[in-house]
Design a protein around this ligand. Sequence first.
Ligand code: SAH
Ligand code: DHB
Ligand code: MG
Length: 227
Amino acid sequence: MGATPSPRERWEQVDTYIAELFVGHDPVLDGALTASRDAGLPPINVAPNQGKLLHLLAQAVGARRVLEVGTLAGYSTIWLARALPEDGRVVTLEIEPRHAEVARENVERAGLTHIVTIRVGRALDSLAELAAEGAGPFDFVFIDADKQSNVDYFEWALRLTRAGSLIVVDNVVRDGAVVDAASEDPAVLGTRRLNERMAAEPRVSVTEVQTVGIKGYDGFAVGLVQS
Ligand code: SAH
Ligand code: DHB
Ligand code: MG
């Protein structure tokens, strides 16, 4: 190997190493990312090793019904849908019609149209609709949309889950900005509010893990609904 890599280069090398060993190449998943890029969508999907983590966590809780807030091109959606039995369901919420359209094509190419429903609109509206329709309980919730609404998404997740459900939230560290109590960044404020809310919620046992890799320095929250 050549000159000593920067920390960021090293994180990327290690993510690639992990993905080569434990994820491999999958034409459907790789194709979903290519389609996303070709459509000009931002490259903010979960990394491959994170997608597999979501998949394993959904399997570990025996998930049959999954709720996702923030679809983008459906990359994490496909990972989650593949964790479910044939009669499983993923409901995923997306505000951008163009993102939803790319996701729909990706889900179709993945052969998962019978499992995945994409709802287009503001997630807060879709969540209220889902609750009014009596949807759920969901066994697994992945929150990964606009960070300023995270506390509201968590409230809905609580209403739409049961004891034993898992709630995962992406991007809770954001380069460490989360510890900046003076931050005025709406995403940081949203994540700090979420963290305080989750810490005060006796019904959910939560921890967070910092991550580095191809997406930089970030982290995720994992909460298990207790009652
Ligand atoms: N979970 C995806 C990445 C989601 S990126 C993956 O890992 O593959 C965040 C997505 O949330 C974007 O597509 C964005 O358009 C969507 N989003 C942002 N605000 C939203 C809102 N208020 N309601 C629903 N979706 C929203
Ligand atoms: C952004 C959003 C995400 O969900 C993510 O995982 C990374 C970045 C963003 O909006 O910049
Ligand atoms: Mg994210």
